[in-house]
Design a protein around this ligand. Structure first.
Ligand code: SR1
Ligand code: MG
Length: 396
């Protein structure tokens, strides 16, 4: 008699990851496998398995039952591994080539096995080292337009759209964003983390009622507007790239939310780079900012023209209204991201890694200032060029 036993979750070690890889039928029997844990994110293990005989490789990503950045005191659902794998597959239907291929998933062990991207670098790391990514902005513009348009009501039958809203319900990960991006940084909360030298700037944020009112509106939009299947955490640490390739990884925060959110997060993480750079190097990133929006909006318009199923798609002014709203929302969300990356729980190396104390503090103060301006002035800023002018004025 065979007794069926349910597989129990256990976290992998490098040794166990090799055994797991051997069972996948991906490598040949005589493969010589090696493994390295390469995860540097806040939440998961990432094992890179390579076969020295064939040169082939895979990534085995495993979700931990808690947030790695904090420790076991912050339990976290393992369901996020399935959300991530399903979001990669769904986004891959529309933006093939811009996301990694998923080879296998294992719900019990919260594992996703995917394409080896080790020939690419994490964009945040590369940008800090002034590496250039000539395709980054246009690839991300295309990725955003395709994934967001095709998963929205503009492209889907309402039954399918609502089925996807339910499939990608992701309350625990959304709660992290609600707290860490939209709430905690704007109050004297224990999760916040900032340098004593910027305390006065932080306290000014906590007591700025008009700013808090605008953040409350943005949070409401994040909580309630199920416009499209978002990546949900599209910062530069969620993108692998080289001079010729771009791949968006890590959509474990995926859910149905406002279209401007992914765009805003990406723009904010580019803005962070412009603050610490000068001259030509700064211009490169300012150009990325402009190009991301330009490519996104023209691709989105093209899809609207050719693929939208909405009855009002040709009603004069509607497409413009939709794009204006996405733009305004994106600026507001970018502002919140800039503030939380400076004073909230999850920091970025673009700011914290600046060794010179004076420069780092000045950069952080500017990040807060830009964040505030984007939130408060988002409805007055009418074009991406105006965003670039605002930044250039500040850096003069
Ligand atoms: C506890 S998780 C902290 C942050 O890491 C993720 O990448 C998200 O950005 C989240 O806000
Ligand atoms: Mg991540």
């Amino acid at each position: 008699m065979t007794i069926a036993t349910k597989k129990q979750y256990e976290s992998l070690t490098e040794q166990r990851a090799i055994l797991y890889a051997e069972g996948l039928n991906f490598f040949s029997e005589d493969a010589k496998l090696a493994c390295r844990e390469i995860g540097d994110g806040n939440l998961n293990y990432v094992f890179h398995i390579t076969d020295s005989k064939s040169g082939k490789g895979i990534i085995i990503k495993q979700a931990l039952p808690y947030a790695k950045v904090v420790g076991e005191s912050w339990p976290l659902t393992l369901k996020r591994a399935a959300i991530e794998a399903n979001a990669l597959k769904k986004h891959g239907e529309f933006a093939a080539g811009l996301v990694p291929k998923v080879y296998a998933t294992d719900e019990e062990l919260a594992i996703t096995v995917m394409e080896d991207l080790s020939h690419l670098t994490i964009v945040r790391k590369g940008l800090i080292q002034l590496e250039s990514y000539p395709k980054l902005a246009s690839d991300i513009g295309v990725y955003l337009a395709k994934t967001l348009f095709h998963t929205s009501d503009f492209a889907l039958h309402p039954f399918e759209k609502k089925r996807l809203v339910s499939e990608f319900s992701n309350p625990e990960l959304c709660k992290i964003t609600e707290d860490l991006i939209f709430t905690d940084p704007f109050f004297d909360h224990e999760t916040n983390d900032f340098e004593p030298s910027i305390r006065a700037n932080v306290e000014a944020i906590w007591s700025n009622e008009s700013l808090k009112l605008e953040v409350a509106k943005l949070k409401k939009s994040f909580l309630t507007e199920a416009e499209a299947l978002l990546h949900g955490d599209l910062h530069t640490g969620s993108i692998f790239a080289s001079e010729t390739e771009t791949k968006v990884i890590d959509p474990e925060f995926a859910f149905y939310g406002p279209i401007g959110f992914d765009i805003g997060l990406f723009l904010a993480n580019l803005i962070v780079q412009t603050i610490s750079r000068d001259g030509e190097q700064q211009l490169v990133i300012l150009h990325h900012i402009e190009q991301t929006w330009e490519v996104f909006s023209s691709e989105f318009s093209e899809l609207w023209k050719n693929k939208a199923i909405e009855s009002y798609k040709d009603t004069k002014g509607f497409e413009e209204y939709v794009l204006d709203k996405i733009f305004t929302d994106a600026l507001g969300f970018a502002g919140c991201e800039l503030i939380r990356r400076t004073i909230g729980l999850a920091h970025v190396n673009d700011l914290d890694g600046i060794a010179d104390d004076e420069k780092r503090i000045l950069t952080k103060k500017q990040a807060l200032q830009i964040g505030e301006a984007l939130i408060l002035k988002r409805k007055e800023i009418k074009s991406i060029k105006a965003v670039v002018w605002l930044l250039e004025e500040l850096y003069k």
